[in-house]
Design a protein around this ligand. Structure first.
Ligand code: NAP
Length: 256
């Protein structure tokens, strides 16, 4: 018996097997969930191929979170496979690595910053409102952040976008709580994924984690993060919303 038995979950933002979304979809299936996954654009073909590597091949939906038509049609896309959703995972972020990341904070141009904020923060609201008609019995939203309470090397404008995501999650918790919908984030430590590889200087964060996380940190192991997301999707956090759960080996709790 799994903690997501009988639940239907949409995981948005799965490209490769290395995606946190992929690990989340796998753990959710292992815990009994029916899973749908989504991605967009040219990578959709890759997502369709790697979907077959999950324990159960899930439907792959097309969703660009900046595309109003995709958002408007999302509930109907889901209804082709399921009549409701119990949970939604937001595992989506983008910031132009050439202009916004890797130590170029003072030069970051607004057009690219606005794209990063739209894709990485505003999209939590967009995704949730698109899915809301399918969550009339309540449910759980979980997103992924990289602790935005401090400035990091290299992370730059993506850190600002994550601060927006964290705030948006709290407002969604406020507005959706009365409908029985919880909204929480998992703040993961650095993990080797496509998005992380695109950040120039990300290896400095990885080595800081190795040095300082009390529990140690394996940047190739996505399971602790995926399991925390699945726990938040389940009934085991029934009175928790607007929260950020750190899955970082304890790094955030330590000084030098
Ligand atoms: P990932 O595999 O690259 O996942 C990011 C996903 O966002 C990709 O599937 C990407 O699709 C998708 N995406 C980008 N723009 C989109 C758009 N307009 N519409 C829909 N989807 C879009 O990298 P990841 O590391 O697993 O990232 C997942 C989440 O975890 C992100 O929020 C990230 O910030 C967060 N996180 C990551 C780390 C880490 O160290 N890796 C740590 C903490 C938090 P394409 O690949 O097709 O562009």
């Amino acid at each position: 018996m799994g903690i997501l038995d009988g639940r239907t979950i949409l995981v948005a933002g799965v490209t490769m097997e290395s995606s946190i979304g992929f690990a989340t979809a796998r753990v959710a299936q292992e815990q009994g969930a029916t899973v749908l996954i989504s991605n967009f654009g040219r990578a959709l073909g890759i997502t369709r191929r790697i979907a077959g590597r999950l324990p159960v091949t899930p439907p792959v939906l097309e969703l660009d979170v900046t595309d109003d038509d995709h958002l408007a049609g999302l509930a109907d896309q889901v209804r082709e496979h399921a009549d409701h959703l119990d949970g939604v995972v937001h595992s989506i972020a983008y910031g132009n690595p050439e202009t916004l990341l890797g130590g170029r904070f003072l030069e970051g141009p607004w057009d690219d910053v606005s794209q990063a904020v739209q894709v990485s923060a505003y999209s939590l609201k967009s995704l949730v409102t698109a899915c809301r008609p399918l969550m009339s019995s309540g449910g759980s939203i979980v997103g992924l952040t990289f602790d935005a309470t401090q400035a990091w090397p290299a992370y730059d404008w993506m850190g600002v976008a994550k601060a927006g995501l964290e705030s948006a999650s709290r407002y969604l918790a406020r507005d959706l709580g009365p409908d029985g919908i919880r909204c929480n984030l998992v703040a993961a430590g650095p993990l080797k994924t496509l998005a992380a590889k695109a950040i120039p200087g990300f290896e400095d964060l990885e080595s800081a984690w190795k040095d300082r996380a009390p529990l140690g940190w394996d940047e190739t192991d996505h399971d602790p993060t995926a399991r925390a997301v699945v726990a938040l999707l389940s009934d085991f956090f029934p009175a928790t919303t607007g929260e950020i759960v750190h899955v970082d080996g304890g790094f955030h709790s330590q000084g030098l």
